[in-house]
Write a protein that binds this ligand. Sequence first.
Ligand SMILES: Nc1ncnc2c1ncn2[C@@H]1O[C@H](COP(=O)(O)OP(=O)(O)OP(=O)(O)O)[C@@H](O)[C@H]1O
Ligand SMILES: [Mg+2]
Length: 733
Amino acid sequence: MALDAVDPLLSRATELVQTNGGTILAASETGLTASFGAPKPLEDHAAFACRTALALRQLAAAQAGPAISICIALDTGNVVVSDAPEPDRAEVRGGPVSVAHLISQAPRPDRVIATERTHSSAGGFVTMRELAPLVFSGAKSGQKLYEVVEINRGRSRWQLRTERQLSPLVGREMQLQMLNKAWHDACDGEGQTVMIVGDPGLGKSRITQEFVGAIPCGDAENLEAGALETNLRSGFVVIRKALKELFAVGDMEASPAALDKVLAAWSARGLDQRLLDPILAIMELPTQEALWMALTGPERSRRMQQAAVALLLSLAGVRPVVLLVEDLHWIDYESEAILARLAQTAGGGRILLILTCRPDYDRSAFAAARPVEIRLSGLSPIESRSLIDFLVGRDSALDGLRESLSEACRGNALFLEETVRNLAETGKLEGQPGRYRLTGKLDEIVVPSNIRSLIDARFERLDIDAKRVAEVASVFGGEIPLASLSRMVALPEARFDAALRSLKNADLLVEVQVFPDVLLRFKHGLIRNAISERIMATALVELHRTALAELKACYADRLEEHSERLARHAQEAQLWEEAATHLLISAQRAIKRSAYSSALEQLDLGIELLRANEVAGADEHEIDFQLAKGAALMAARGWGSRDILAAFQRAEELCQKTGDKERLFTALRGRAQYYMISGKPAAAQELASRWVSLMNGQGDPGLAIESEYMFWTNNFFLGEPAAPRPPAKRQSA
Ligand SMILES: Nc1ncnc2c1ncn2[C@@H]1O[C@H](COP(=O)(O)OP(=O)(O)OP(=O)(O)O)[C@@H](O)[C@H]1O
Ligand SMILES: [Mg+2]
């Protein structure tokens, strides 16, 4: 590679990375490392990285002079960002950086190679082709790699989402009625602006598309455009998209053909010639009058804005216009100004302007137009349930999963769809959508990668204090005592309050109780999981330790009630013995409420923790777990189940090993019960004799009654109802 060719290439490459929202981590004549989504948040970071990579390859190919071959590799995942004072100087480290370095050594020059994680994160935005396994030093066997082929251009986020099967629409009747009313008013000449506001995934695009799609074709001029995350810098982007749709100009169409189309449509529609040049300028097409170029920049911009508004109003003179503009939170300044002006003047025309945005978008530009605001909240529990039924099916074996999904996703349709898809893709569910089966036990709902990037971007927009509070809060599953949170975060009061306020405003945390103590919780379980997964493993252990101590102090008078939660914190804090103790209490409580399967899960987990971590005194602890397990199994599986025998035999073995006579009685009693019920009264009788000799001399009346009862029932099953007394006693009498 000639060095004089490298410098200009590097500076062009740097520019490309930056305009696509990325950050350069390192650049030299031998290579360039860039990161998307960290430290600067970028929702569709994988797609932007792919787009930049393809553009870089094109750049190298078009390089004049000696040919340059480049190798580009992409990986996606969690990284560590150092706290550099300037974002452009940040240091980003971690798995994806080294994996990408490694794969860039693969013998595939001039290809853009992406890992499975990048493939899944980029979703429908990018076309990729799976590659045959590549051999290179450090390659992992079975690692799937893809070639990035092209960016699926000219598509809105909504079109990409709808590539997958749409779930049937649930709820939203009232919102559709409001849109309908606005539409009728607009048709009657009272133009309307409707602003649909809601968190990502709540269905802003879905209801607007349902509504617009239901307007018969000839009844309105339908125009649609949407902003993208990287649009902020460049002017008129969104309006340009709407105009391209109006004149049926393709996204990649060459300038002469596009100009012909516009001019033909202009005269066919009889549009005002005075508007032509500014509209052509917005569309980045050659203008017709030389005078246009003589105008100053600000004057041209002013005229372009005026012309766009005038053109849309003139279209509305012919037939009603529905202009849908999505994702205002990413809109460019000029397009926003045009829409705000249109909203203000639309009142007298047949225009329905539908705008969608997320709650953090500053809507003040539209305040004067007083738009009708439709604020979307999550689906109601009943609506969520019907969506979940559609996604996974109604089989009662999935009850637990349905409950966990509705708890984790809290009425967010996108979270539900993506989580179910992720469970199917990772093999946790098998079968067909709407008719799934669980393949095993489901521990925790994992955050799908595309939802993670959405949450990460939202998290990155928070200031440093709010991030800290959110991270600490994410350690608590369920309710978060405010006082504990404040102690653990250890910020000055005013800063803590401000951070909390911004988390509430961002709708991440909600207050669930104000008296006697303030309790908070994360609005979405998935957001909580995603934030807590960002915390470094070592810090997480410490935070769980503190949270455990806080919760124990907070609920000192009702620890049993909170045993399940305490067990989870103790487990995360790696306090194995304590985790086992809480698990046992929680399982015993579950048995009392007849929740046997949950009890059995907790008992098995407790045994696993004791054994896997070689807890001191594990034998003594396990006896209680096996005895409780035997009792729960009797109710859950029926008295003759062989698992019961295994549990009591194991308890018996451990009692003998530790010399624990008292619990040995319970173990023997359990085993005898099993024999008696499963038609082996003689074996039961023999065990009963063993424990009678064990208890001789103990004089415990409880044990004596139990023994008497066992002998009596055994004798009855043996056909000797007249011999009610224990044989051991009879012999000694
Ligand atoms: N009421 C609903 N019934 C059924 N499915 C829904 C409903 N609302 C949303 N969905 C589905 O959830 C997914 C996300 O919805 P949508 O794209 O409309 O969200 P959004 O609010 O526009 O999010 P973003 O801010 O990311 O654009 C889509 O697949 C959509 O079909
Ligand atoms: Mg949307």
